[in-house]
Design a protein around this ligand. Structure first.
Ligand code: AMP
Ligand code: MG
Length: 491
């Protein structure tokens, strides 16, 4: 068996899309963890991946035959300000692999050293952000939220200089592709319409082949991207995920979550939650995420204007109409994803106001996002089972009215109590990557070279919906002194 076989379609595009690069050597690569399940899905031989040669690839020291190392170029709006040229400044594409089901994935190294797009940065990553991305991206995957994945993490043996000297590390990231809103913005801003059109054709072939035969296939692609993103953000909102840096270069056309920099899950609910230390104005606060997504999609629509089939007048109206689909689509996905969290299988028109009133109380009480949903799942059955979170969370009197309304709503459902509870437990996680634990396991690794807590945490998060009493500490909200209010980009 070939240990890993590549088929590099992005590298077959013109050289305006990327720079071919030479890899940078690191001094003492050492495997921290690899993702056996993902390797198997990608048809990568696990024994090879953990061998000297495999670790050579994960550290960028040794490119397997068939790989095509390159750094891609893109632009982007960062906190609303347009930067005409960003690009992979600390990542490199090793190549693309195909699964048995013929699904194509990028294998990319993050933290692998400088590229032509490093803009003065060192191209490296400290250990902390690598572990954070490993933990959170894999947790998102287990929560059924589209995301880039982590195939492996290695220490480089080199130090990186930040506010202090830190161990350097590299994450191997796997994604359906790394094409961003900002990739389109780059070509549109330079007026390179040939590349822009080629890029759209490429995106359609790779992600939306079903729109290929449509008369207005670029517009249809935009509509598909809008739907994917609306659904993605709805799923973030319903687990309390705050991305933290929703710049247009961090939004993928494939609809996967990317870039786990200053992200965090909400503990005590607050719709204004912001964790990123660089987001002083709260642009990317929890409640703003759907609106920002819409704004970013507007940037994408604007970039596509020059390559639409119709004359300019009609085209811009078409684009606007398509863009205006977002709010309704978002609401539709949001409520459809919310219903099972409350145990509803049927649809009623007042469901949205019931959901909004729930969040209103949650916010007033500053109650734990995850545990509140989990406790609601507990009390949805007739026997308050022993495996419940009553010790961690109980509803205050403020919920009484709301719970009566909810029970009333449930009584109109045609499912048994058991079925309702099973449904609720299947969509309301008990284990999420709580920020204080993320920080703690990163500290153990960085300060004490102890990776046990990191490995245990990743293992616990691999079954987020199954209560296990021995892991109760992972379900606990932070104590006051443990609350993490700020996360850093880690660049
Ligand atoms: P991010 O905030 O991760 O989305 O990165 C924004 C841009 O900064 C991208 O073009 C990155 O490649 C670049 N960048 C971030 N960190 C570094 C670094 N340490 N060295 C070089 N470029 C970087
Ligand atoms: Mg980025």
């Amino acid at each position: 068996m070939t240990p890993i076989s590549f088929d590099n379609s992005y590298g077959r595009l013109s050289e305006r899309f990327y720079s071919r690069i030479k890899t940078n050597y690191v001094s003492r690569p050492q495997l921290i963890r690899f993702n056996q399940e993902l390797a198997a899905d990608l048809g990568i031989d696990a024994e090879w991946l953990t061998s000297k040669k495999g670790i050579g690839m994960l550290s960028g020291n040794l490119m397997p035959s068939g790989s095509d190392p390159l750094a891609s170029v893109y632009a982007g709006h960062q906190f609303g300000h347009y930067v005409p040229r960003l690009g992979d400044g600390r990542t490199m594409l090793v190549g693309e692999v195909m699964t048995e089901q013929c699904e194509r994935y990028d294998v990319q190294l993050k933290g692998s050293g400088p590229t032509p797009y490093s803009r003065g940065g060192d191209g490296r990553s400290p250990l902390g952000p690598v572990l954070r991305e490993y933990i959170v991206s894999e947790a998102m995957h287990e929560l059924d939220i589209p995301t880039t994945r982590a195939l492996g993490a290695v220490l480089t043996g080199d130090k990186v200089m930040r506010e202090k000297e830190l161990p350097g590390a590299i994450l191997t990231r796997v994604a359906r592709s790394h094409i961003r809103v900002g990739t389109h913005q780059y070509f549109a801003a330079y007026g390179d319409l040939e590349s822009l059109a080629n890029l759209s054709e490429y995106v359609i072939d790779r992600h939306y082949p079903e729109v290929k035969d449509s008369d207005e296939h670029v517009l249809s692609m935009l509509e598909s991207v809008i739907a994917k993103q609306a659904d993605l953000i709805a799923s973030w909102q319903l687990v309390g995920f705050v991305h933290g840096v929703m710049n247009t270069d961090n939004m993928l056309l494939s609809g996967e979550t990317i870039d786990y920099g200053p992200c965090a899950f909400i503990d005590g609910y607050n719709e204004h939650a912001v964790y990123s230390s660089i987001d002083r104005g709260g642009r990317y606060a929890y409640r703003n995420q759907p609106g920002v997504c819409h704004w970013n999609l507007g940037c994408l629509a604007q970039s596509l204007l020059p390559i639409l089939v119709k004359g300019k007048e009609g085209a811009s109206e078409d684009l606007e109409d398509t863009l205006n689909l977002f709010p309704d689509l978002y609401l539709k996905f949001y409520i459809n994803r919310a219903r099972p969290k409350f145990g509803f299988v049927s649809k009623e028109k007042d469901d949205l106001s019931l959901v909004e009133d729930w969040f209103k109380i949650l916010g007033d009480e500053k109650d734990d996002f995850t545990l509140a949903f989990r406790r609601l799942s507990d009390i949805s059955g007739n026997d308050d089972a022993a495996d419940n979170v009553a010790d961690l969370f109980e509803f205050s009197a403020e919920y009484q009215n709301w719970i009566s309304r909810w029970e009333d709503r449930c009584s109109r459902e045609d499912i048994s109590l058991k079925e309702r509870q099973t449904l609720m437990y299947s969509v309301n996680p008990i284990y999420i990557p709580r920020n204080h634990i993320v920080e703690r396991v990163i500290d153990s690794a960085t300060e004490n070279d102890d990776y046990g807590p990191f490995n245990d945490f990743v293992d616990v998060l691999s079954s987020p919906y199954t209560y296990r009493s021995e892991f109760v500490n992972y379900a606990r909200p932070p104590k006051d002194e443990e609350i993490v209010t700020k996360t850093f980009c880690g660049t």
